[in-house]
Design a protein around this ligand. Structure first.
Ligand code: NAD
Ligand code: UDP
Length: 312
């Protein structure tokens, strides 16, 4: 029996493809929409055999019409090198994409979830970051196209909810990694693993004392679906991330150890506005969703290394 018709924007990307897969496995009908800017057909090719899966090439900055029960809005490049490649387009994707998808949700009375980000907290001066923290974002910096785009999208979501009763959900995703990240994605986990497997230098930006908290993709997807299905008056925003924090140097050393690589660490300049620390406070997710991550870094890294070994 088919449970729900679900639209996933950005469904051919890293997170989107895992989400489509999980939704199909749960018995739903899934429509994946993507313009393939950073996504790949390869990520969803196995799903195309399923008659309840459909792929549509479309850009979310353009209006789109369909009848579905739920929308997961993930379309947006997530890696700094990709979202800075065409900064204006990144803002348009976040803002016009949100307007188009919220307009659709309003018209067809669908429930809609926004994939927001820990970047709404910028370079935080509150640590760890609870949802009540308003953030510390440079509005004209190199990261602003992404950070401010996502902040404006949250504003649109909350106001479509208040003004038009659209049923919304906002999750703030913290650094997530796993199989199907693009080898040239540019984010730290994929960079370090690919460099280690190829025997290339491991590039640490800055002195490597900046921290991140890394969440394995399966944990996030579980939390995302729980959030979509939780009580209607819980709109979020809610943090979804793994609260165990590591320095980037510790991550590099762990990857070298797990791959048995002979790669050397090299030090490169720190990109501007690079947050010095990041750790989610997940008290709210624990309380409202009864959710917390289960996969420790070492276990998740092993699965990710296995994946990259198979494709490189
Ligand atoms: P990704 O780059 O792999 O996926 C993004 C997908 O969106 C790609 O398939 C891309 O082609 C598509 N896309 C981009 N612009 C589009 C447009 N204008 N129209 C249609 N499709 C478009 O990144 P990801 O890691 O899978 O991230 C997915 C979502 O989760 C993003 O919204 C991102 O901001 C959010 N997020 C991810 C992380 C993380 O650590 N992975 C952290 C915080 C937030
Ligand atoms: N980073 C690094 N080497 C790399 C890629 C990233 O040292 O090859 C650093 C980057 O400067 C940042 C951290 O790793 O401090 C996480 O970077 P990523 O791009 O993965 O995500 P974000 O900065 O958006 O959290």
């Amino acid at each position: 029996m088919i449970k729900k018709k679900v639209l996933v924007t950005g469904g051919a990307g890293f997170l989107g493809s895992h989400l489509c897969e999980r939704l199909l496995n749960d018995g739903n009908e899934v429509v994946c929409l993507d313009n393939y800017f950073t996504g790949q057909k390869q990520n969803i090719v196995a799903l195309l055999k399923n008659p309840y899966f459909e792929m549509i090439r479309h850009d979310v900055t353009m209006p789109f019409f369909i009848e579905v029960d739920e929308i997961y809005n993930l379309a947006c490049p997530a890696s700094p090198i990709h979202y800075q490649y065409n900064a204006i387009k990144t803002v348009k994707t976040s803002v016009m994409g949100a307007i188009n998808m919220l307009g659709l949700a309003k018209r067809i009375k669908a429930k809609i979830l926004q994939a927001s980000t820990s970047e709404v907290y910028g370079d935080p001066d509150v640590h760890p970051q609870p949802e009540t923290y308003w953030g510390h974002v440079n509005p004209i910096g190199t990261r602003a196209c992404y950070d401010e785009g996502k902040r404006a999208a949250e504003t649109l979501f909350i106001n479509y909810h208040k003004q038009n009763n659209v049923r919304i959900k906002i999750i703030r995703i913290f650094n997530t990694y796993g199989p199907r990240m693009h080898p040239n994605d540019g984010r730290v986990v994929s960079n370090f693993i690919v460099q280690a497997l190829r025997g290339q230098d491991i590039t640490i930006y800055g002195d490597g004392t900046q921290t991140r908290s890394f969440q394995y993709v399966d944990d996030l997807i579980g939390g995302m679906i729980l959030m979509m299905n939780t009580r209607e008056d819980f709109t979020g925003p809610v943090n979804l991330g793994n609260p165990v924090e590591f320095t980037i140097r510790e991550l590099a050393e762990k990857v070298i150890q797990l791959t048995g690589s002979r790669s050397k660490i090299v030090w490169m300049p720190l990109p501007p506005d690079d947050p010095t620390q990041r750790q989610p406070d997940i008290t709210l997710a624990r309380k409202e969703l009864k959710w917390e991550p289960e996969i420790p870094l070492e276990e998740g890294l092993k699965k990710t290394i296995e994946y990259f070994t198979s494709i490189i």
